[in-house]
Design a protein around this ligand. Structure first.
Ligand SMILES: [Zn+2]
Length: 134
């Protein structure tokens, strides 16, 4: 299904439905928030400069990616604690717990990278920073 392009995207009441409808495809399938037709990644870790279909730039201001690093750090810490606390309460401080926890943290960083970038691009799109250039 092809959705209409939006010239300007911003959080105004009439766009809430569209913003909500695009939240899941952008966050979990990492589709372009403007056209939903192309992926936002060129490989597992790197974002594309722009969408190959609708030519929307994903990162207009390079330094703004620090926001996704902050979201990622927060999400990894919260989920890491939600795993670590029951594990410590159940098994205690067993030998090798450091390696298990570091492994869990590294796995979370790896698994959350793409959804967090998707969330970041979706947020930028909601505030009008991701739009077609031509
Ligand atoms: Zn696109």
């Amino acid at each position: 299904m092809k959705l209409q392009y939006q010239k300007e995207s911003f959080i105004a009441k009439e766009y809430w439905g569209t913003a909500f409808a695009r939240f899941f495809p952008v966050m979990f399938a990492q589709r372009c928030p403007v056209c939903l037709e192309a992926g936002i990644f060129k490989n597992y870790f790197e974002l594309r400069e722009a969408c190959p279909v609708c030519h929307s730039q994903f990162e207009r201001d390079k330094g703004s990616a620090i926001l996704s690093a902050a979201i990622s750090y927060f999400a990894v810490m919260v989920i890491g604690l939600l795993i670590a606390i029951p594990m410590i309460l159940t098994y205690g401080f067993f030998e090798g717990i450091t390696f298990v926890l570091v492994g869990i943290i590294l796995a979370l960083i790896f698994l959350l990278h793409r959804p967090v970038k998707g969330l970041y691009i979706w947020t930028m799109w909601c505030f009008g920073f991701v739009y077609p250039d031509r």
